[in-house]
Design a protein. Structure first.
Length: 253
């Protein structure tokens, strides 16, 4: 009906957490990082290298994402672990399916890496989905920024979702948002097929939609071109959030 206010896809508590999260990240990293962040999109402009699902390709991808996050690539080393490495579950910092880790951040371990480099381990099957792979790497590198650089520590109860929010703040939110829920089609032969959904990360698509709209609003972007790269659901949540912010958010100053 005409005259009705736009309805947010998130609860008041979730909205406040995102708003306060942006304030916290701005205090840690500076507003300039938010305003001047390049929004990275899933296309050849930002990922021109052919991806061959091997360690060499992942290494190139890792260093490219380090560049986008303004990180020194020599600070981190890559490991790829097999799917059956269930003993790593207790160290999981990024979950996929039934809490199985897609990536693990080991931090600065002088015993593991005498040169002081952090180690990011990526689950082998993640290499099958470049969108999820980029999201996983960006999240683990976010740990290097927030935990490794001393902005947060593990005692902060929301440090994991804050690391997800950091990917939005620094311009890599499209990958995390699109990977929050991934649908897969399975062909079992004999005409039998099925679908499944796996969840990645700590924030649902609705919260990503609002966070991306908040990101755009803070940067003065009313209709950013990059929204065409959002999955259908996230784009809907983004547009609803953008409409709400246009009517309710205070002007950016």
């Amino acid at each position: 009906m005409l005259g009705l206010s736009p309805k947010l896809p998130v609860s008041a508590e979730e909205r406040l957490w995102v708003d306060e999260g942006f304030v916290r990240l701005e205090a840690m990293l500076g507003r300039k990082r938010l305003v001047e962040a390049t929004v990275i999109t899933p296309d050849d402009k930002y990922f021109p290298d052919a991806f061959e699902r091997n360690e060499s390709s992942v290494e190139k991808l890792l260093h490219r994402i380090c560049e986008y996050l303004q990180l020194d690539g020599t600070r981190v080393k890559l490991e790829i672990f097999p799917d059956e490495a269930d003993e790593l579950l207790e160290n999981s910092l990024w979950s996929i399916d039934t809490n199985r880790p897609a990536g693990i951040y080991f931090g600065h371990d002088p015993i593991r890496e005498p040169d002081g480099a952090a180690v990011i381990a990526i689950k082998g099957s993640v290499l099958k989905d470049p969108m999820v792979l980029v999201a996983t790497i960006a999240h683990e590198l976010g740990h290097l920024i927030l935990l490794g650089d001393g902005h947060l520590d593990h005692s902060v109860t929301d440090h994991e979702p804050m690391t997800d929010l950091l990917t939005v703040f620094l311009g890599l939110g499209i990958f995390a948002a699109n990977s929050a829920a991934r649908f897969q089609h399975h062909d079992h032969g004999g005409g039998w097929t099925s679908w499944s959904m796996r969840r990645l990360g700590y924030l649902p698509q609705e919260v990503y939609g609002y966070a991306l709209a908040k990101f755009a609003a803070e940067r003065g972007e009313s209709k950013p071109e990059w929204i065409q790269h959002l999955s259908t659901n996230v784009r809907v949540y983004f547009k609803r959030s953008r409409a709400w912010l246009a009517k309710n958010a205070p002007p950016v100053g």
